[in-house]
Design a protein around this ligand. Structure first.
Ligand code: TMP
Length: 393
């Protein structure tokens, strides 16, 4: 049975950046999170229709961060060296940040956002402008045959129907093939009180326990788990068909399951405690921003992230507290943040001497940002974060 444990209030579509500060209408929904005591899955209670989130005006560009560019290059090289694939398929190829590490005849991709698929098709990479489902898998098998490696990053947790998703993977994958995917880790979210990992696109935030259960039902099994630092803590999960004995199941699988069980991730009680920490995080952040504002200091936000949309709408933080957001992504600049309508401008325009405090909306790239912004820090500029607890850095 699904039990709701957290209510993050009324929220907009995170990708729906506004061209006007006061739009005529904005789609809003309730963002609540539930734990399923049977499957151990943590999911949103109300889900937004995929077509409303993933469409031809999709704003996010995965290649905007040096951290992600390096991470995708490294995993592409590692997959080639370890599995020697003749054909690799990526599900959710965004702006080609992963596939650009392959020759065009070594990789195909699926990407439902037309603007992104157009970009990678122009680069010469065959990209199906489709959602990942059995129909798309059948089309690929008919045109290319089975694939050796299926890779996906920050996409599997976007897909509501996990049964169809896994059936489609099973269909497209060669008997000796591997499915490798990475997504934010539920363990890290609980550890960091990073409740901002919950937003419309993240239909699930996944645990190894829940994934193990669902793959087994479909004749697949996890044979390796890597803990990553990307996106504030992610898991890279390696999956194979159970009857494929060419890959052995490594100790990392049991180690991760034990770690999650010893943290109580199979029990609703753990999620209820997390919800209490989230409420404290919200109150602490509002108190800190008001205190700084009362000292007549200027606060902005660094990175117009989907995560910060959850925070600003849950905490009701508007431009009275955060004057504007700076972001390097050209198609977010000149727009307004969903829900709270905070202006978004380029760092060149907004990250200047007038800024006293910058809230790390892109806290998951904190290291990259702090390394880059030494001038700001040297002149006394401060960063604010809410992970793992609210504080000035
Ligand atoms: P993400 O956390 O959803 O990947 O989004 C990160 C956002 O932060 C993306 O819009 C790009 C932006 N960003 C900057 O503006 N400056 C930076 O230095 C970094 C690393 C990211």
């Amino acid at each position: 049975m699904k039990k709701k444990f957290l209510d993050l209030g009324t929220q907009p579509i995170t990708n729906a950046y506004l061209t006007k500060e006061s739009p005529d209408k904005e789609y809003l929904y309730n963002l609540s999170i539930a734990f399923d005591e049977e499957t151990k899955l943590v999911s949103l209670v109300d889900m937004v229709k995929p077509e409303m989130m993933f469409n031809d005006s999709y704003a996010h560009r995965a290649s905007m961060s040096k951290t992600m560019l390096a991470s995708f290059k490294k995993i592409a090289e590692s997959l080639k060296a370890r599995f020697n694939p003749k054909l690799t398929l990526e599900i959710g190829s965004n702006d080609g940040v992963f596939i650009r590490n392959f020759n065009v005849d070594e990789v195909i991709a699926v990407e439902p956002c037309g603007n992104l698929a157009e970009l990678t098709n122009k680069m010469g990479y065959k990209t199906y402008t489709d959602f990942w489902d059995q129909k798309t898998a059948e089309q690929i098998v008919n045109s290319y045959g089975k694939v050796d490696v299926v890779f996906s990053a920050n996409t599997i947790c976007h897909i509501e129907d996990l049964n169809e998703l896994i059936n489609a993977i099973d269909l497209v994958l060669d008997d000796k093939g591997v499915f490798v995917f990475e997504d934010p880790s539920l363990y890290s979210v609980l550890q960091n009180t990073s409740y901002d990992q919950f937003y419309d696109e993240h239909v699930y935030v996944l645990s190894v326990i829940a994934l193990q259960n669902i793959f087994k039902k479909h004749g697949l099994e996890i044979f390796h788990v890597e803990s990553l630092l990307t996106h504030g803590g992610s898991n890279r999960i390696y999956v194979k068909k159970i009857y494929n004995k060419s890959q052995s199941v490594l100790s990392s699988v049991d180690e991760n399951i034990k770690k999650e069980l010893s943290f109580g991730m199979d029990s609703i009680f753990t999620y209820e405690q997390f919800a209490d920490r989230v409420i404290k995080s919200k109150n602490d952040l509002i108190d800190l921003l008001i205190k700084i504002k009362n000292e007549n200091k200027k606060i902005i936000s660094y990175g117009a992230t989907y995560k910060s949309t959850t925070i600003f709408n849950y905490c009701k933080i508007g431009k009275d507290l955060i004057e504007y957001i700076v972001d390097t992504t050209p198609n977010k600049q000149g727009k307004f943040s969903p829900g709270m309508h905070i202006p978004i401008i380029s760092p060149e325009e907004g990250f200047n001497n007038s800024v006293d405090y910058a809230f790390l909306g892109a806290w998951n790239f904190g290291k990259e940002i702090i390394n880059k912004e030494h001038d700001y820090i040297n002149r006394g500029g401060k960063f604010i974060t809410h992970v793992p607890h609210v504080r000035v850095l």
